[in-house]
Ligand binder design. Structure first.
Ligand code: SIN
Ligand code: CO
Length: 382
């Protein structure tokens, strides 16, 4: 089990969205959850988002996976890096590492990215709009971080794919060793250079932009047929100036527009459906043959568990725990089933004993629906 050696609570107060920092020994006795060979294996899969970045002789190139096995037999001995995005969706051991950060909200967590790099490997100096915890596994990397971007950094044209910047002065310049964690808030330039063959794990957190919220809400309004009305003004009067928009009209039009933004119920459902959608593909396979409610009930009687698809987002609002938002879909339950819904959102597996009473038929019906969608699946390792 992976456990942080420091208090996330005090970390948030001092550093979160404020300044970068290095936490030496953020994990004590850190053991890699995955091997470099397994990382290479993941980059050969069609549905997994991966990249290979090389900078041999300062010639930067980036290629997207999937890669053929032959790729790995012809690699140089230095100056390259393999990257797998959302590796927690595809590898159980890697998913275990994300658990150490579960005191941070699920809706903010984007993915865990793995980098395997040889000496001299890296992706060059760049700026992310993510909060990231870069956990050093085996090996060593030299990390530099610069001051927050306020428009002073210039993008280079070395390669389009890497969005590198020209350079920056360091405010942090340190070697990370196994178990050390580098935290970088959005907007701080950084660069890691590998000193010894290295595994690193980036826990990325991404908050939505204001413009994304507005444009996604506009899509929600359209798809839910909300506001399908024209301005209606039976009290209209003539006006002296043909080209003038009367203040009273402007007010009425503005009110029409802002009314939607005051509809708390719609906003709640819109936010829940939006925030519960993962930005990365899930290892998600609905069963070929649907389970019946009886089969689900019998399965629990054998003391078995259903596991949640790794990286699936399942959320509920503090103010209304009878509604859950799972992978962009909404599930409403009665008050009696609310503890089950909360359990499903907060945990990665479900077993018959979690509520300290047998499941009721409405609960089995909900679980059957979720299993048939492929969101929870039976644990073959049992
Ligand atoms: C890397 O490990 O080189 C890439 C991670 C990052 O810069 O966000
Ligand atoms: Co970065």
């Amino acid at each position: 089990m992976y456990q942080l050696s420091f208090s996330l609570e005090s970390f948030l107060a001092e550093f979160w969205h404020k300044k970068p920092t290095i936490i030496k020994g953020g994990f004590t006795d850190f053991v890699d959850p995955i091997t470099p060979e397994e990382v290479a294996g993941l980059t050969m899969e069609e549905e997994i988002d991966s990249r290979f970045v090389s900078n041999l002789n300062d010639n930067w190139t980036a290629e997207h996976g999937p890669f053929e096995e032959s790729k790995f037999s012809e690699l140089p001995t230095s100056n390259w890096q393999l990257i797998v995005q959302a590796a927690n969706h595809w590898h159980d051991g890697v998913a275990q590492l994300t658990k150490a950060f579960e005191a941070l909200p699920q809706w903010l967590f984007d993915d865990l990215m793995i980098c395997y790099s040889e000496k001299g490997g890296g992706v060059g100096p760049h700026i992310d709009q993510y909060d990231v915890f870069i956990i050093q596994g085996s090996g060593k990397r030299q990390w530099r971080v610069g001051d927050k971007d306020v428009g002073q950094y210039k993008e280079t044209h070395r390669t389009e794919a890497l969005r590198q910047i020209e350079g920056f002065d360091s405010i942090i310049d340190q070697v990370l060793e196994p178990g050390d964690i580098l935290y970088i808030p959005p907007g701080f330039p950084h660069e890691g250079v590998t000193l010894e063959p290295s595994m690193s794990y980036s826990m990325g957190y991404r908050s939505p932009k204001e413009q994304e919220l507005i444009s996604n809400f506009a899509d929600y309004i359209l798809s839910h047929d909300m506001g399908d009305v024209h301005q209606h003004n039976p009290l209209m009067e003539t006006q002296a100036h043909h080209g003038e928009v009367k203040s009273s009209d402007l007010t009425q039009l503005t009110e029409m527009m802002t009314k939607a933004f005051q509809d708390q119920e719609s906003i709640k459902d819109f936010m829940g459906t939006m925030l519960s959608q993962s930005r990365h593909q899930l290892a998600f396979y609905p069963p070929e043959e649907a389970w019946s409610a009886e089969e689900v009930a019998q399965y629990f009687e054998t003391d078995a568990v259903f596991l949640k698809v790794s990286g699936l987002r399942a959320l509920y609002n503090e103010s209304d725990p009878c509604v859950a938002y799972i992978d962009g879909n909404m599930y409403k339950v009665d008050k009696e089933q609310q503890p089950l819904l909360q359990w499903l959102c907060n945990n990665n597996s479900i077993h018959q004993s979690v509520l300290n009473r047998p499941f009721e038929s409405a609960e089995i019906a909900l679980l059957t629906e979720l299993v048939n969608k492929g969101y929870w699946f039976c644990d073959e390792s049992e």
